[in-house]
Each structure stands twice: as structure tokens, then as C-alpha cells.
Design a protein around this ligand. Structure first.
Ligand SMILES: [Fe+2]
Length: 226
């Protein structure tokens, strides 16, 4: 079921390193489906930003990796797939750091639900925005921060920036029902793997960690800016 959640159309495939990570952690299919929904919206957001706000500085690949992994801590706290909770946030950051991912990539797991915290960048805000808009949720203070960042970069009036963003978010929100249906089609329970302990997330093997790190390093070599 995890494999189907990672590959079933019509949502875009996750970045290869994020998909490999979910397979390695034997993620619950519902989590993989959710990450695909948020990642799909994040792609729409960064494409729109690149076209309409070329002065805005963000790291496209980091944002998409962040969208594709932001709830990875729910492999440690699967109860938060079906009930509110924030324990997955720090746990997810730790999972990624323990696997050798750089802090600038692991941070999204911890920041995606706390957009008013000091020191956050546009990258963090985009991931947070995607994590709301995928289900057509609009959050005024988060959108104000995005508008402020875009207006500051372009020198345009905030109201004009908001009008354009609002129109795009409404358009993205119109696809929420089908994304919710896609996500809710998948189980919140991970499949048991042979020989696996009954509780606790699977511990990735050293070879898989090395593979994930080298996949990222190879991609970084060809990375272009946002
Ligand atoms: Fe999420």
C-alpha cells in the first residue's frame, strides 16, 4: 500500500530522495499520501513564485524536499496522523539529522507549524503555506508574512502582492477535495515488515543512509537557484 501511495496518479511523484526515505522508514501509507498532496501544492507555489516574483529568494529544491518530508516525524508518532499533536515536529527534525541530512533541510520538519517563530525564511513559509492550502485552508497571519517577504523583495505594494497571491491560492484550493479524497484512501497504519519489532520506527541501515546522502549530493551538484 505504501508503494501505491507513493506512485498512484495524479499527484506528482516526490523527489527521489524523499520517496527513498519513506520506503526506508516504512512510512504509513496515509503519511506518504499526505506528503504527496503537500508536495504537489508546493510545486505549484514555487512555479508561480518563480514566474510572478522573480526577485524573491528561495531554494526551490530545499522547499520541495521540505514539503515532501515535513511530517516525517509521524513515523515516530503515528498517532498524530489521526489526532492533533506537535511531538512529530522535533522528532522529524531529529530523524533527518540522524540520517545525515543537513540542518537546512531537516529544519522544515520542525518549522512547518510555527511560522511566527523568529528567524524563519521564505523557504519555511512556503512549506507552511503548502501544508495549509492543500486542503484549502487559508491562514491570514501566515499569508501576511509571505506577502511581506514578496513585497520586500520586489518593492511592490503589499496589497497588490496579496491580490495576486490570493487568486493563486484560491485556484489551488479548488483542488482540495480531490487531494483529501486521495489522502484519505490510505491507511494510517504501516505494513508490518518481517522481523520488525512490534513498536517503534524502523531503524534505517547504514547503506540506506549513505545512499540517501549521496542522492542528495548528486542532486545538489546540478541544483539551480529558486
Ligand atoms: Fe502536513
Amino acid at each position: 500500500m505504501l508503494e501505491r501511495a507513493l506512485t498512484e496518479p495524479p499527484l506528482r511523484a516526490l523527489p527521489a530522495d524523499a520517496a527513498a526515505l519513506l520506503r526506508e522508514l516504512n512510512a504509513p501509507p496515509r503519511l506518504a499520501a499526505h506528503l504527496r498532496a503537500v508536495h504537489d501544492v508546493a510545486v505549484e507555489l514555487v512555479d508561480w513564485l518563480a514566474a510572478h516574483h522573480p526577485a524573491a529568494a528561495f531554494d526551490r529544491r530545499a522547499v520541495l524536499f521540505g514539503a515532501a518530508t515535513h511530517d516525517i516525524g509521524k513515523t515516530v508518532h503515528p498517532e498524530e496522523l489521526s489526532a492533533p499533536g506537535s511531538r512529530h515536529e522535533r522528532a522529524g527534525q531529529k530523524v533527518l539529522l540522524d540520517l545525515g541530512f543537513e540542518p537546512r533541510l531537516a529544519r522544515f520538519a520542525a518549522t512547518h507549524a510555527s511560522w511566527t517563530a523568529p528567524g524563519l525564511e521564505l523557504d519555511d513559509l512556503i512549506v507552511s503555506l503548502a501544508d495549509k492550502v492543500w486542503k484549502a485552508r487559508r491562514v491570514a497571519d501566515l499569508e501576511d508574512l509571505v506577502v511581506g517577504s514578496l513585497a520586500g523583495a520586489s518593492g511592490r505594494e503589499p496589497w497588490a502582492v496579496f491580490l495576486g497571491l490570493d487568486e493563486h491560492l484560491e485556484r489551488l484550493g479548488s483542488g482540495a477535495d480531490s487531494r483529501l479524497a486521495f489522502q484519505n484512501d490510505y491507511s494510517t497504519s504501516a505494513a508490518r515488515r518481517s522481523g520488525e519489532a512490534r513498536s517503534g520506527a524502523a531503524v534505517p541501515c547504514v547503506a540506506a543512509r549513505r545512499e540517501l546522502r549521496s542522492a542528495w549530493a548528486a542532486a545538489e551538484g546540478g541544483r539551480s537557484g529558486g
